[in-house]
Design a protein around this ligand. Sequence first.
Ligand code: FES
Length: 113
Amino acid sequence: MISVTFVNRDGDSMKVKAKVGDTFLDAAINNDVDLEGFGACEGTLSCSTCHIIFKKEDFDKLPDKPSDEEMDMLDLAYGLCDTSRLGCQITLTESMDGIVVTVPAQVADARNR
Ligand code: FES
C-alpha cells in the first residue's frame, strides 16, 4: 500500500491508502474520497471527470504517456494544464508513495456535450 493525497475543489486535502496497481480513480472510490462527480464514467474513458493535476516533478516521472484517447478526452476537461492527466488511466506504482494530486475546481462531464 502507498499513500496518496487528493486536494479537493475546496483546497482540503485527503490522504488515503491505496494499492499499487490500482488507478487514482480506484484509490478515490475505494476510500470514499469526497469528490463530487469524480469518475462519472467509471474509468471507461468517456467523461473526463477524473481529471487530476500533478506537480511538475511527479508528472515528469509518470510511467506512461497519455494515449490518443486520453488526450482527446483531456481536451474536454475543465481547467486543463500542462500537468493534467485522467485519474482512471494512471496506475499507482510503489514510487508514487506520498504523491499529492489536485482535483480541478470544476468538473466537465464530456458526455454532456
Ligand atoms: Fe471517466 Fe476517467 S472516469 S474518463
